[in-house]
Structures are given as C-alpha cells and as structure tokens.
Design a protein around this ligand. Sequence first.
Ligand code: PMP
Length: 302
Amino acid sequence: MSYVFYQGEIVKEEEVSISMRCKAFNYGLGCFEGIRAYWNDEKKQLYVFRLREHYERLLNSCKALYINIPYTVEQLCDYTLELLRKNNFKTTVYIRPVAYKGSNELFPTVYDDDNRVLIYCQPMGNFAGKDAFRVCVSSWRRISDNMIPARTKPTGGYLNSALASLEALQNGYDEAILLTDDGYVCEGPGENIFIVKNNKLITPPPSDNILEGITRDTVMRIAKEELGMEVVERSIARSELYSADEVFFSGTAMEVTSVVEVDNRKVGDGKPGKVCSQIKEQFFGLTTDNNPKYSHFCTPVY
Ligand code: PMP
C-alpha cells in the first residue's frame, strides 16, 4: 500500500480519484517535478537530493502557467519528507509532485481557482537500465520558449518528449536528441546533454530552450570544482556530436548516462568516456551525502 499527498493531506493512494473531465487531463494544464531521494545503506539514511531547488522550480512553473497553489517551498519540502517517512522507504526513491488545474469546466482557460497539488513516490533504481546509450537526432524539434515556456515542466509539453522517445525506440535506438527550431542541439526528451571536446565540457545555454536541469547544474559544478575542467555554455551544432570526444546525458531520472553512438556514428572509441565516468562517480558520492562539501544538497528523511 502506498501513501500519497493530495490537497493538503497524506492519504492512501486508492482514496484519490481524478475526474475524467478534469482540465489537466483534457488539456495538459499542469506542471510537475521529478525528485530523487538516495538511500545510503552504510548510514541507513535516505537523502532527498536538492529538494528545495526542485520546489523552487515547481513554483516557477506554477507562476508561468497561472497555477496558484497555497503552499510555500518550505511547506512542500516538509510534506515530501513526511510522505517519505509515512511510506517508510529504505531504498532509492523517485518523487513526483504535480500541480494542476482540477476544474471540470469544458474549456481550457487557465485562469480559475481550482488549483491542486498531489505528490506520489516510488522506488527507482537505474532508470535507464543500461550504462551506454545509442541515440539518434529526432525528426521532432524541441518546443521553443514562445510556444510553451521552456524553463517550466508543463505536463502538456511532454507530448513533444514522448513523440521523440517513441520515434527513437521504434527505430532501434535507446533515446533521442532534440534540436532547437534553429537546428542546434537542445536536449534529450527528459535530460540535458553535454559534449566533451579537448577536455572542455560544453553544454547548450538556457537561451537554446533547454530546461535548466538541476542535475545539469550539479554536473557543471563537479566538472569545474572537482575535476578542474573548463565548462562552456554555448550553442552546439549537430555535427559536433559526431566529432565529440564524449557525449552524455544528465537528469534526475536518467542520472548521468554515457552516449556511445549518435546516428550510427561511434562517439570517441564507442565506449563510455573517462570524463563521464569521473563525473558519475562524484555524482553518486554527492547524492548519498558522502562528500561533506555538498552536504547541503542532501536532506535527511529519518
Ligand atoms: N530536460 C527535460 C526536458 C527534462 O524533463 C528533464 C528532467 N526534469 C531535464 C532536462 C533534466 O532536469 P533535472 O536534472 O532537473 O531532472
């Protein structure tokens, strides 16, 4: 049995039902977050990674989409910790808060007062299921900021992600890379992208319609502060993917995952790269509170 947060209370999941007429379901009028809590078996402790930053981003998404929810970042953090304790998780967990328009009115106006929040969570290990991805550049372009705000995580925007992932899987790849409308490398359907060239870490800037990922920020800090690398945010041309020394993805669900092939061309020698491996090792140290310098990123649950 699983407990969820719904409208200010922690209740059993089966007690929550959502109407078929709900605007969020009919028109995608909602936004969400994906957060991870990491289990440290030595310390017998569960740590939520960068909890505050996720709820700050959720409230920014809500603001952009006119979803006025009655909770502060602190309250949402507290409810999440309470929910994790209630479910008594002793494993790595994925947490999904959703803020949405609950009204059953027929038309998709976003300005109304029925704004709801739910949070559910479930155990999640290695989401990708493998360490090395073969990817293709999608025929779908990433939605741009003037279509659906790119700095938010709107539920409706993930139709774009789903189409790109589906196409990639149907064509025998593990994942897609979406380009911007101008043809520059943007991101994966649910993850940011990095390339390594001549020991420099390069990633697309926010102005290229990426979601400003919290894992992306963590990766950039690790590269700069722990590996002493130069980190550059600039537009990346598609063909740079083919000549990069390394390519990898970052995201809460995906964590840090190597890309070893793009459009049937090997990246480097076709094996997970050294920089990605080093970043990954540091990343898992950080998320499980094994690096005191970054303890403030880890909120203990118990
Ligand atoms: N881009 C998109 C489109 C995403 O959905 C995600 C996952 N939230 C990311 C990037 C990575 O963001 P984060 O590291 O904050 O999970």
